[in-house]
Design a protein around this ligand. Structure first.
Ligand code: DQA
Length: 144
């Protein structure tokens, strides 16, 4: 099966961006680890980070056409703002898990609302990059 990992804006800065909140690992560290875990299970893992809403939307449209089976999605700041990305996920009909590195509920009030949580199969937040690993484990089981 094919799993797509989507990372929203500013996540390309991981490693140097507010390390107290987001940790010291880079996005490449995380993607490499997920790709090898997926390969171990016989799955194909694709990933994209973009700072542009339209690129993420177009990638989600392609994912539907391509037959992607599952998405792990950290929409980053778009979590709290983007009806357009929500609509893209609904249109794709691809099941997904929403992931956040930080515990958004322990932060500013504007991070408490997500445009994705009610349409996600599950939500993981506050566990740092391990959240992606846990989401991937869940995806393996849900794909079967
Ligand atoms: C984030 C949380 C968001 O509120 C924030 O805008 C991000 C990252 C996280 O992974 O903790 O950019 O999605």
């Amino acid at each position: 099966s094919t799993i797509l990992v989507l990372h929203g804006p500013n996540l390309n800065m991981l490693g140097t961006r507010e390390p107290g909140v987001y940790g010291h690992e880079t996005l490449a560290d995380i993607d490499d680890r997920l790709r090898s875990k997926a390969a171990d299970q016989g799955h194909h893992l694709l990933h994209l980070q973009s700072n542009a809403e339209y690129e993420l939307i177009e990638r989600i449209h392609e994912a539907r056409a391509e037959g992607v089976d599952y998405i792990l999605f950290n929409p980053a700041a778009f979590t709290h703002t983007s009806v357009a990305l929500r609509d893209a996920m609904l249109a794709s009909e691809i099941p997904f898990i929403e992931v956040h590195l930080s515990n958004v509920h322990a932060r500013e009030a504007f991070r408490h609302h997500s445009y994705f949580s009610d349409i996600a199969e599950g939500v993981i937040c506050g566990l740092g990059s391990q959240g992606y690993d846990l989401a991937l484990e869940a995806a393996f089981q849900r794909i079967q």
